[in-house]
Design a protein around this ligand. Structure first.
Ligand SMILES: *Cc1c(COP(=O)(O)O)cnc(C)c1O
Length: 375
């Protein structure tokens, strides 16, 4: 019998114009950020998200850095964000000297707890960083109302939400400033990359300047401020544009993969399956995430070990920001407890759902999950 091969947690697939556009870059000699695909990618993203402006950067992390800096946040300012997210979100706030204030998630939908957002608002709060996690967007309507009532900016992290909508309107359209990541495991990838979107012309010019070392308009190589080289290359934008062209089919495929897993795993005792829809959106399953319920006497790390041993790729959920040594060593979050996120971090894991996965592989993954949970 042939030995079964390893099934990676996220294998991307490139079936559109990626090669063609890349060849255009090489043939024309335009490889840097000055090339035409960067502008095309920016224009298409802006149009798809109904935004006035879009600026491409080198990663989602860079996009968050630029967004926080463009808003002029700094020491004395508080920014509310979920604890259950990637470190890029919190570090962008900490790097400028502002204070991150954490809220927990709703246990079922993994969306931000809106009541806790309101309870966390103080006289120092300047912004809410909304992060849409895994498959469903945060409940934007009440969050927008809070922002209006308390005069707060919204930074929307839509890194995992390409093609997702909230009440029918595209994610990436809800922040004073919104960002996407184009990392390899995102729904639109350029290998590495990010985007910043806004309707505010002033913010847009700030973002463009910060992305490119804050070169002065008046005299080149004279700087009145520090920025970054966070530019995206034409090569990256070429791949990103080709990916964006097929986004709708990517979303459909992800939902199809999830539906197959739902069918195969629904009767497995001890497993909590991801929520398929809530009142305002249907999950797009950036990851297909599973949570071990209290009946299971081992944690997600052990489950991942068992799966990996049987050649199934699996990953843990985010580790909460309030439990990060780097922040605790700075004296941050020392008294924080966020039980939902703490439990998700210990009991949650996700299984392969890359676009390259086959129906047979999905069946093998589901069978192996079933086997591992009973061991
Ligand atoms: C991936 C991701 C980022 C960071 O994007 P990179 O391109 O990897 O730097 C930021 N926020 C969220 C929610 C993400 O999932």
């Amino acid at each position: 019998m042939m030995e079964a091969s390893f099934i990676p947690v996220c294998e991307p697939k490139f079936e559109g114009n990626e090669k063609k556009y890349l060849a255009e870059c090489i043939d024309s000699g335009w490889v840097s950020s000055e090339g035409p695909f960067v502008g095309k990618l920016e224009a298409q993203f802006a149009e798809d998200c109904n935004r006035s402006y879009c600026c491409a950067v080198s990663s989602g992390t860079a996009a968050l850095d630029v967004a926080i800096a463009a808003l002029g946040l700094g020491p004395g300012d508080e920014v509310i964000l979920p604890t259950f997210t990637i470190i890029s979100c919190a570090q962008a706030i900490v790097r400028v000297g502002a204070t991150p204030v954490l809220v927990d998630m709703n246990a079922d939908t993994l969306t931000m707890n809106v009541d806790q957002i309101e309870q966390s608002i103080t006289a120092k709060t300047r912004a809410i960083m909304v992060v849409h996690v895994f498959g469903l967007p945060a409940d934007m309507h009440p969050i927008k109302e809070l922002a209006q009532k308390y005069n707060l900016k919204i930074i929307e992290d839509a890194a995992e939400m390409h093609g997702q909508t909230y009440e029918g309107k595209p994610c990436g359209g809800f922040g004073d400033i919104s960002i996407f990541s184009l990392y390899a495991n995102k729904f639109v990838t350029s290998g590495e990359g990010g985007l910043v979107l806004t309707d505010d012309e002033h913010l847009y010019h700030r973002v463009r300047s910060l992305r490119n070392l804050c070169f002065s308009q008046k005299k080149r190589f004279v700087h009145e401020e520090l920025g970054w080289n966070y530019r995206m290359t034409n090569l990256q934008a070429a791949v990103g544009l080709a990916q964006l062209e097929v986004l709708q089919s990517t979303v459909e495929k992800k939902r199809h993969i999830a539906a197959q897993y739902d069918d195969l795993l629904t009767d497995v005792d001890g497993l909590i399956l991801p929520v398929k829809r809530c009142s305002y959106a249907e999950s797009i399953y950036w990851v297909y995430g599973l949570v071990l319920d209290e009946a299971i006497d081992f944690d997600a790390d052990e489950m991942i070990r068992r799966l990996t041993h049987r050649k199934i790729g699996a990953r843990p959920y985010f580790w909460p920001m309030h439990e990060q040594p780097v922040f605790r060593n700075m004296g941050l979050f020392l008294d924080s407890t966020h039980p939902v996120s703490e439990r998700l971090a210990r009991r949650g894991f996700y299984i392969p759902n890359g676009l390259a996965i086959t129906g047979e592989q999905i069946e093998r993954v589901a069978e192996t999950v079933r086997e591992c949970i009973k061991l």
